[in-house]
Design a protein around this ligand. Structure first.
Ligand code: CAA
Length: 286
């Protein structure tokens, strides 16, 4: 067993809220840290709405919802992580933000054997670990959106991650959270995004070249390949900014053309068309 009962989550956006939810539902005491009061309020709403959805869908009892919510507390001060045994960082996929977050987490967490984990989808764990005073205790725990629904966690070790840290992180993700854990080497994109993102970029290039409409491309993959949603709707779900950041990390690492972001994706992000979260992307959500 991992022995982990007290968890911290930094960031309560799409991913952070989902991670906090699954940890609390699994019985952990969770402290969520956001940068200001309005981010805390948004995070709390996101988490509560998702729990309510689980109740409405018959996936969770009303009492279990209340118990899960009671296990989550929110703070704007990173000192709240002092006694945490595991902290999972889920700030936006921007390298400078991630590195700054890890410097602050490292300074705040007091437990000597605490695990510091990143939900990064593409930034090498070694680079993140290097800014901390305990690189042997840093791992990647990469969840998938929507976190309460999708079963996978990619577990990523750097060249410096200790065997005990890796084993405890695995035990927590597989044993406590009951996720399917796959191991990935510390390469940008790990396993899933290294395969998924070139596919999403190809679909965006198809739209850009006028091959077919977004709706028809999506209908093709939903009806022809039984995917739960097509690549453009999925890009909207993940967030166009996140897809762009991941593509840039992959391109920087491998320099392969299929990882290069299409101009259309860059222009849409520059225009604030970030997908579902901004109300506009390949589809409208307002
Ligand atoms: N807790 C538990 N269950 C929940 C829930 C919650 N909070 N919210 C929803 N569910 C359940 C629903 O009850 C439903 O269950 P059944 O299938 O048993 O009925 C199921 O989850 C689906 O939910 P919805 O009916 O609300 O939605 P949907 O059927 O339209 O499916 C979807 C939506 C789950 C997003 C689905 O389309 C899907 O899986 N799409 C693919 C998503 C994907 O590929 N994500 C990975 C993105 S890549 C990533 O995240 C990594 C990265 O680094 C970028």
């Amino acid at each position: 067993m991992s022995g982990i009962e007290r968890v911290g989550v930094l960031g309560c956006g799409l991913m952070g809220a989902g991670i906090a939810e699954v940890c609390a539902r699994a019985g952990s005491a969770v402290v969520v840290v956001e940068f200001d009061d309005s981010a805390v309020a948004n995070g709390r709403t996101r988490l509560t709405q998702s729990l309510d959805k689980a109740v409405a869908a018959g996936k969770l009892g009303g009492e279990d919802r209340d118990a899960a919510l009671a296990r989550v507390s929110f703070s704007t001060g990173i000192e709240a992580f002092a006694d945490r045994q595991l902290v999972i960082e889920a700030v936006p996929e921007i390298p400078e933000l991630k590195l700054a977050a890890f410097r602050r987490i490292d300074a705040a967490v007091r437990a000597p054997d605490a695990i510091l984990a990143s939900n990064t989808s593409s930034i090498p764990i070694s680079r993140i670990a290097a800014v901390t005073s305990r690189p042997g205790q840093v791992v990647g725990l990469h969840f998938f959106n929507p976190v309460p629904v999708l079963n996978l966690v990619e577990l990523v070790s750097s060249l410096l991650t200790g065997a005990e840290t890796l084993e405890r992180a695995r035990d927590y993700a597989a044993g406590t959270l009951r996720k399917k854990v796959i191991y990935a080497k510390d390469r940008a994109g790990f396993v899933v995004n290294a395969l998924l993102v070139p596919y999403l970029l190809s679909a965006i290039r198809m739209v850009e070249a006028g091959h077919a409409s977004a709706a028809d491309i999506d209908a093709g993959m939903v009806n022809g390949c039984a995917h739960p949603m097509g690549p453009l709707r999925l890009t909207d779900l993940v967030g166009l900014d996140t897809v762009l950041h991941v593509a840039n990390s992959l391109y920087e690492e491998f320099k392969e053309p299929h990882y290069a972001a299409p101009a259309l994706l860059m222009r849409m992000v520059e225009s604030g068309m970030l997908g579902r979260k901004s109300g506009h992307g390949f589809y409208n959500y307002e």
